[in-house]
Design a protein around this ligand. Structure first.
Ligand SMILES: C[S@@+](CC[C@H](N)C(=O)[O-])C[C@H]1O[C@@H](n2cnc3c(N)ncnc32)[C@H](O)[C@@H]1O
Length: 345
């Protein structure tokens, strides 16, 4: 709903029920929902992907406090909640009364721009303030600590709509399924993709996690960490005209990195700036790992394709050992063709 209703909303008397907050919008001559309890699984997932124990969290928009409660369950060091509707603020202050790590801000999230605080996680779920949305990406850059996790209400619920993606690259999505949404409301799907953007997420190097296996022929693999000079490696220059060739002389070496991408729950685990080969809109193209999206297809050693259905970024303090082969040839890792020859960040 557009921001032209914002003043009406801020002056409206809201109705609070167990399962929703509503108001009467005079411009639309209709009762509109601000928030509904069917969103609980989405809010839980949003907290899960974006908030780690000990984080300093900024949450924009309290609503029914569903997300706030999910954030609290993850033990943030601090939890700042900014809210602008006077009635919601009353509820928020009651809710926060016994929570010493919560700071309530009466106002709009953009008002915090000039404040000095920075955050490990920023969560955005507001209402009738889309005039402020174009400012959100810049706001986050200013308010983010290194590797800050940003998540927000995704209007489309899918993974392709640019609206509310703030034109960021490298947004990853986690699917929530089995939603029970009432009819004739603001959402009409039974699934929803929770977006996550990690700011300043560059890995210092490129590589694949050391437990990965590389094909030495069409039928045999070897753990990448055990590669040495003069090792056979199965290569493929171009998946659109595939020809599998065994080459020699590759050598792997390992380095440490923090922050890593995981495709399809462990199919491939690689750094964000590792070069990859994917089929998108019918063509094979080269993209860095952190530019891949759900729906891209990967080329398999058996000349089939596998679609990316799950993409996660682990920004935790975990240090991974990643390894790469010293060659310009593309090769198969865990049956998947990947591009060799990346760049350290
Ligand atoms: C959809 S609800 C949030 C629901 C919440 N995530 C939950 O789990 O219950 C949106 C909330 O954002 C508040 N809001 C709208 N515009 C805002 C702004 N610019 N800054 C802060 N809060 C805002 C509304 O008053 C409302 O309480």
């Amino acid at each position: 709903m557009a921001h032209r209703f914002r003043d009406s909303y801020l002056n409206a008397t809201l109705t609070f029920a167990d399962d929703k907050i509503t108001w009467f919008c005079p411009e639309m001559n209709d009762v509109r929902e601000v928030m509904m309890s069917w969103e609980q699984p989405i809010m839980n997932k949003m907290a899960e992907v974006a908030v780690s124990s000990g984080d300093h969290v900024l949450e924009c928009g309290f609503g029914m406090g569903i997300l706030s409660t999910a954030v609290q369950a993850r033990n943030p060091a601090s939890h700042t909640i900014v809210e602008c509707h006077p009635q919601v603020l009353v509820k928020l202050n009651e809710w926060a009364a016994d929570k010493p790590n919560v700071t309530v801000v009466n106002g709009k999230w953009f008002d915090l721009l000039s404040e000095p605080e920075k955050y490990d996680a920023i969560l955005m779920d507001t209402y009738v303030d889309d005039d402020l949305h174009p400012k959100f990406a810049g706001f986050c850059q200013k308010k983010a600590k290194d590797n800050c996790k940003v998540s927000w209400w995704n209007f489309s619920g899918g993974t392709t709509d640019e609206f509310m993606k703030f034109y960021w690259d490298n947004v990853t999505f986690t699917e929530v399924t089995g939603l029970t949404v009432p009819e004739n409301t603001y959402y009409n799907r039974t699934n929803y993709f929770v977006p996550l953007k990690v700011l300043n997420q560059k890995a210092k190097t490129y590589g694949i996690v050391d437990s990965s296996n590389v094909h030495t022929s069409t039928s045999e693999t070897r753990n990448i960490y055990k590669f040495d000079a003069d090792q056979d490696v199965l290569t493929c220059a171009d998946p659109s005209n595939p020809s599998l060739v065994v080459k020699k002389g590759m050598l792997s070496y390992g380095v440490k990195c923090k922050g890593i991408y995981n495709i399809n729950n462990g199919l491939l685990v690689v750094t964000g700036n590792h070069p990859m080969i994917v089929k998108r809109e019918g063509s094979w193209i080269e993209k860095n790992m952190n530019e891949l999206v759900i729906g891209d297809k990967l080329y398999k050693v058996d000349n089939t394709e596998v679609e990316i259905t799950n993409l996660n970024f682990d920004s935790s303090e975990t240090i991974y050992t990643v390894v790469r082969l010293n060659s310009d040839d593309n090769y198969f890792v865990n049956d998947i063709l990947i591009k060799n020859g990346g760049k350290d960040a």
